[in-house]
Design a binder for this molecule. Structure first.
Ligand code: SF4
Length: 484
């Protein structure tokens, strides 16, 4: 993906008395950095108080002073949670950075959220009626404040969370920490991922992705089920409860295509392998006529297009090469305002290699096309680098419908596949050919792992391809109304 779609956060939690949980959390959320780079935060508990540090920008901007402030006099605090943020709801202001720490009537509480509510107005109105004013404009803060409000009617924080969850509509994977409990909750469809891991047999971790669990020496225990809550009390085994009726699983299929790390495991599949199978399936669906293999080269748009490009090359017998180099130090460019400057923004990130593409027919594999501008600019750069032809292969179906579940997509009017036919998109990006993997082909590729059980049909949210959302949403382009 060339940076046109953005995930909306990564969450992590650890309960490990006797370990340096702040530094372990820092290490873990470094591995979730791809899920959001606008702010990062860590909260710790030593059993007495919750400490919080959060800031603008990436996780590696944390300083030693901040790490010391998180641990206080006791470097081996008991629990910690961490968060990486990409702002979808609410702007990139300090008041929206996570985790949120609130005082409930039972305990102080820190909360980190990945997802997006579709009924924030209803929650905000309820809080307003109770005289509660949020400091920022994020739906995640509303969840924390609602738990605090509900704690006045509840006998335990678990009950307050349960009362809160019943009022939420949307996608949420939550990691919550009190002074002495770590709690994870997943929405009834399981749209955003949340896994439980184990460390040294008796410590527990929660993370958006398994790569963060493995990064700190843990191993996957199991994924949380849709609508499930897990509570980890100090030194105890996890307690699971189904707090909302489980709906059909609807994990975001874009986690497989693009968002999540290739080193993460979802539905028991290593995403790197699943993406390679998507490339193999592209060749199966679109076997090009190849007279002289030496004329051709297969490459991917780094980094997320690379595994599918490798799969395509393996299946076709054509040579795979790294034809574009990505600058690993460009996280954000501020040059966006017009077409000329946008091109410079792409060039700041991606460098085509003339010696790899000169006089070649290039098969360029990419995971998706959102607006089409970036793809067009990459193809133009490859032609200038000497490519004779550029055939674009997309390892997912056309992205037609807006996401309401935590991914920062444009309105449909800005999604090129909602406005143009595939042939019109090909002309717009100036490719010699353009092919998209079919939805059945995508599912078959994910299911191709021969050692694993097939994933039951309907286990993915695929609404951006099909328009079939997991729950009712208002008419396109409008504001949400509470749907349930
Ligand atoms: S609409 Fe698309 S991006 Fe959004 S949750 Fe569903 S599959 Fe993921």
């Amino acid at each position: 993906m060339s940076g046109e779609l953005h995930e909306e956060c990564g969450v992590f939690g650890i309960s490990a008395e006797g370990e340096d949980v702040a530094r372990l959390t820092h290490a873990a959320i470094l591995w979730l950095q791809h899920r959001g780079q606008e702010s990062a935060g860590i909260a710790t508990s030593d059993g007495q108080e919750i400490r919080l540090q959060k800031q603008d920008g990436r996780v590696d901007h944390f300083t030693e002073e901040q790490m010391v402030m998180l641990t206080g006099k006791n470097p081996l605090a008991m629990m910690a949670i961490g968060h990486n943020r990409y702002s979808n709801t609410g702007g990139n202001i300090y008041e929206n950075f996570q985790p949120f720490v609130v005082q409930t009537s039972l305990t102080p509480l820190a909360l980190a959220h990945n997802g997006n509510l579709v009924n924030p107005d209803a929650i905000a109105k309820k809080l307003k009626d109770l005289g509660v004013t949020p400091q920022g404009s994020s739906d995640s803060e509303l969840i924390a404040l609602l738990i605090a409000a509900e704690s006045q009617n509840a006998s335990s924080i678990e009950k307050a969370i349960e009362l809160t969850i019943k009022q939420l509509v949307g996608a949420y994977s939550l990691v919550i920490m009190t002074k002495d409990q770590l709690i994870g909750v997943r929405d009834p469809w399981g749209i955003r991922p949340l896994s439980l891991g184990r460390l040294n047999d008796h410590h527990y971790l929660l993370a958006s992705e398994t790569c963060a669990i493995e990064a700190v020496g843990g191993s996957l225990f199991r994924d949380l089920e849709p609508g499930e809550m897990v509570v980890i009390d100090k030194g105890a085994e996890p307690r699971f409860s189904q707090i909302l009726p489980k709906q059909c699983k609807k994990l975001c299929i874009f986690e497989f295509i693009y968002f999540a790390s290739p080193g993460s495991i979802m539905y028991n599949r290593l995403l790197q392998t699943a993406r390679r199978h998507m490339g193999e399936m592209l060749w199966k669906e679109f076997p090009l006529k190849i007279d002289n293999p030496d004329e051709w080269v297969v490459g991917g748009v780094p980094n997320t297009g690379l595994p599918a490009a490798q799969g395509f090359a393996e299946a076709s017998g054509l040579e795979f090469r790294n034809i574009i180099v990505k600058n690993p130090y460009v996280f954000r460019t501020f040059i966006q305002p017009d077409q000329r400057l946008r091109k410079l923004g792409v060039k700041a990130k991606l460098l085509p290699l003339p010696r790899e593409v000169m006089k070649k027919k290039v098969i360029l594999v990419e995971d998706s096309i959102v607006r089409g501008n970036t793809s067009g600019e990459i193809i133009e750069m490859l032609r200038k680098a000497g490519a004779k032809e550029v055939h674009m292969m997309i390892s997912s179906p056309p992205y037609i419908h807006r996401c309401y579940m935590g991914v920062d997509t444009q309105y449909s009017s800005e999604l090129i596949a909602a406005q143009k036919s595939i042939e019109e998109i090909r002309q717009f990006i100036k490719a010699d050919s353009l092919s998209y993997l079919s939805l059945p082909g995508l599912i078959a590729a994910i299911n191709k792992e021969k050692y694993e059980e097939p994933i039951p049909p309907g286990s993915f949210c695929d609404a951006c391809f099909t328009g079939k959302y997991p729950f009712p949403i208002p008419q396109e382009e409008g504001r949400f109304e509470l749907s349930a």
